[in-house]
Write a protein that binds this ligand. Sequence first.
Ligand code: SAH
Length: 266
Amino acid sequence: MAGKVWFVGAGPGDPELLTVKGRRLLEEAGAILFAGSLVDQAATLFAPPGCEIRDSKDMTLEEMSAWLLDQTTRHATVVRLQTGDPGLYGALVEMTRPLTAAGIEWAVVPGVSSAFASAAAAGETLTLPEVTQTVILTRVAGRTPMPAGEELEALATHRTTLCIFLSITLLHEVQRALRAAGWAEDAPIVVVQKASWPGEEKIVRGTLTDIKKRCQAEKIASQAMIIASPTLGAADWPTLARSKLYDPAFGHRFRKASAASEETSA
Ligand code: SAH
């Protein structure tokens, strides 16, 4: 038998944030390789009896590929379950290339990224008309260096929303970069730890000046998303530019404009 390997996004933690397709594949899986403690709940909740379930936390990439390949000789459906979306910091191509080389079929099922779960948890929007229409998903350099031109300091000069992954222990570096890019000391920043995890989620709101101190006070040192954005707190602003999407003067495919509109959407 030559089974197929599915790289499934488990979502940010809450098993209910798994996609319907992801859940179906877990229910059909003969073997599941899951990435660390953050997704074991989904694996164990939905896996069928007799399914081979393995945590990848102590495995090298080579060992993971070998394990997945081996499972395809016995099972039609093999799942690699990853946090959030598999295409973000998930070593996806490193794992798919050996499968392709071995002639094994594979496919990816997207997941809810922690960037979106964190914004949702905080009740924040990542885009806002006339404030910012762009979101940058990034990190600061750790063991993985940043390619030239992608230093946070450079990206932050755009004044867009920044969702910063894998960087909570480098919050001082985030602060330095935002200051160097000219962000104000009172610029709002929100940090969300274990977004969507029932009973474990923490939301810390602060400013460029005090966010590190506040995170330390809450003992947040892992599994956290840093969101720096000019949109933060907009729910409480006294005035807001009106979103064109719901403006009566703005027509689109599903609604006729009630007055002349200046642009149309496809
Ligand atoms: N593919 C994942 C990201 C993996 S990198 C995704 O799309 O979300 C791991 C980083 O993701 C962590 O360092 C943290 O910054 C973030 N992260 C993962 N799960 C999280 C959660 N539930 N809450 C907040 N941040 C989370």
